[in-house]
Each structure stands twice: as C-alpha cells, then as structure tokens.
Design a protein around this ligand. Structure first.
Ligand code: COA
Length: 326
C-alpha cells in the first residue's frame, strides 16, 4: 500500500554568518566591572562576536541566506519569500528582508521582518510553514539576524556581557512527502504581554526620547524561562505523540547554559543530544537557533532523517517550539 503524500515545509538548506571580530570575556572585563569566571559560571558564555559598521542585520542575513540557498541548490530567482526575525533592523523601514532580497537578487521573492525578539526565528518558521502548507508560496528563506552590540548598555554589566551578533538562515521548500518523511511537523507560539517590562529595548524611532538600550530583569526572566520552555517542548512532543527518547537533537535558543541545561534535564535529554553554541556566540537573539542549527548540520552532527526540536523564549515575553524532521 502506498503512503498518502502530505504537503510539508521541508528544510533543504542552512546558512550562518558571524562577524570576524571576537570579544572574549577577558576583553569585556577591561570594559566593565566583570570577570571571565563570573560570566562563565553564571552563563556558560566564553566569547561573543561583535560586528563592524558594515556588518548590519541585512548584510549578515544576506550572507547566511546566500549560503542556505547554495546548500539547497536553489537559485535566488526561484525563491518565493524572505522572512527575517530581527530586533535590530538596518532601518525602521524598509524591512531588512527587502534589503536582503536586493542583495541576493531574489527578484521574485516578497519579504517582511517579524518582531518577536529572541523568539523571532521560531515565529518566522511558523509563519513560513503556514504559508507553504496553504499553497501560497513554494520556498521561504527564514532568517534570524541581529546586531545586539548596537543596543547594549555598556554601563550595565548585568546585560552587556550576555549578547553577541550574528545571523543564521534556513531554506524551507514545499514538498509532497510521506507522513514519516521530512519537514516541519508542528510549531507552537505563545506570548504574555503582561511580562513586557522584564525584558525590552528602551525606546525606538517612535519613542526618540528614550535610550534605545536593552533592559533586562535577569532573575525574573530566568524564573520564567525553564518553566515556559519546558511547557512549549512538552506541547510539541504531545501533539506529535512522541517522547523525549524519540528526539535526536534539541537545538535551543542560546541565552544561558543554565537555562539550556534546565530544559534538557526536565526533558530527560542527555547533554550529548543538545546543541550548544552559547559558549562561542553568547545570546544572538533571533539568530541563535538558525546559527546553531547551521553549524551542527555543517559539522555533521545533525543528519538527514533525524528529529530536531527547537525552542526559544524572549522579550514580550514570547516563546515557542518547533519540531522538524530533516
Ligand atoms: N559581572 C560580575 N558581577 C555581576 C555581573 C557581571 N557581569 N552582572 C551582575 N553581577 C553581580 C550583581 O551586581 C550582583 O551583585 P550583588 O549581589 O553584589 O548585588 C550579583 O552579580 C548577582 O546578580 P544577579 O543579577 O542576581 O545574578 P544572577 O545569578 O541572577 O545572574 C544572569 C544574572 C543575567 C546571568 C541571570 O539572571 C540570567 O541568566 N537570567 C536570564 C537572562 C537571559 O537569559 N535573558 C535572555 C532571555 S532571551
């Protein structure tokens, strides 16, 4: 008996871009009153990349997107859409996505930015998945690209040591596949705006009187993170009738090693099945998951056919999960 085929969004390529300039914890300690020991113990972060002036969200996003298209063997002209998760766009408008469209020569693609802070990539995947399944588009580049170094308050040692810059991208393409075949199996999105004041950027072009700096009540965020993320992960497993033992890889948002370990532990996943890049990149917000995914695909850890669970939480609060088979 032949399998019934289902239209799914299948991941066919990944890409990554990191600025050349690396800033170690020791270098941060020359700038603010901190130490390598404090940062490493509390967060697992050892270094971060900070962008040069030309390395904007669109520049880095285009580089990651170009790599994802090349990996999939899709020409820019054949691309249907570009969705960019970013809190640090080049301009208030036009979107980072249209700058990337121009840089790639993806002249037949439409594009827009999506604001969900560190959950931006998961939100983007969810929107792309829905558009592909609805038959609106055949291929979508979902990109996370961030230059948090431009919104950090270097007077606040509690936040400025935690973030870095970078971009990651995935290409999703419509394919008719068997139920057991590849593709996005589910996404779950959540938000709680009553928690907006525990993690935010103080101002924007609509509030020019403010500083434009990232503000975070770290303990409060930490308190919510493991519970909400574990909930989103359980939801993904339940929806698909799976248990943690079925998951080949957890690719979590890379904010803090203690949060990553907490979620892994609640799930009962051994550390060797969790992709960790926070030590190398720090928190790159919406870029952190696609960056980690691209690196683990590139180094051969994540293989075709494997089941990969993604989760993120960020300002909003926003949070969510996505489950996909490669
Ligand atoms: N270096 C040295 N000391 C620092 C420091 C730094 N970079 N930042 C803060 N401290 C000090 C504080 O001043 C405080 O000192 P005090 O006890 O003398 O007042 C002490 O360390 C403890 O600060 P606190 O903020 O309570 O630390 P913490 O254990 O909560 O750790 C975080 C701080 C930010 C690492 C932690 O709260 C966290 O990871 N939160 C989640 C953040 C996150 O992931 N956000 C992104 C989600 S997308």
């Amino acid at each position: 008996m032949s399998d019934i085929l289902i239209r799914r969004a299948v991941l066919t390529g990944t890409g990554a871009y990191l600025p050349e300039h690396i800033v170690t914890n020791a270098e941060m300690a020359q700038r603010v009153d901190t130490s390598d020991d404090w940062i490493t113990e509390r967060t697992g972060i050892r270094q971060r990349h900070f962008s040069a002036p030309h390395e904007t969200a669109s520049f880095m996003g285009a580089a990651a997107g170009r790599e994802a298209l090349a990996a999939a063997g899709l020409t820019p002209e054949a691309l249907g859409a570009i969705i960019v998760g970013t809190s640090t766009p080049d301009n208030a408008f036009p979107s980072t996505a249209v700058h990337i469209q121009a840089a790639l020569g993806a002249k037949n693609a439409f594009g827009f930015d999506l604001s969900a802070a560190c959950s931006g990539f998961i939100y983007g995947l969810s929107v792309a998945d829905a558009m592909i399944r609805a038959g609106q588009v055949e291929s979508v580049l979902v990109i996370g690209s961030e230059v948090y170094s431009r919104i950090l308050n270097f007077e606040d040692r509690g936040t400025c040591v935690l973030f870095g810059d970078g971009a990651g991208a995935v290409l999703l393409e419509a394919r008719n596949v068997a139920k057991s075949g590849p593709g996005l199996l589910s996404t779950h999105l959540h938000a709680d705006g009553t928690l907006a004041d525990i993690l935010y950027v103080d101002g924007a072009v609509g509030r020019p009187e403010m500083t434009g700096h990232l503000v975070m009540h770290g303990k409060e965020v930490f308190r919510h993170a493991v519970t909400l993320l574990s909930g989103a992960v359980s939801e993904a497993l339940e929806t698909n009738g799976l248990s943690a033992a079925d998951i080949d890889w957890l690719v979590p948002h890379q904010a803090n090693k203690r949060i990553i370990d907490g979620v892994g532990k609640k799930l009962g996943l051994p550390p060797e099945r969790v992709v960790v890049t926070v030590d190398q990149h720090a928190n790159t917000s919406a870029a952190s998951i696609p960056l980690a995914l691209a690196l683990a695909v590139r180094d051969g850890r994540i293989k075709p056919g494997q089941l990969v669970l993604l989760e993120a939480l960020g300002g909003g609060l926003t949070w969510g999960s996505a489950l996909l088979r490669l």
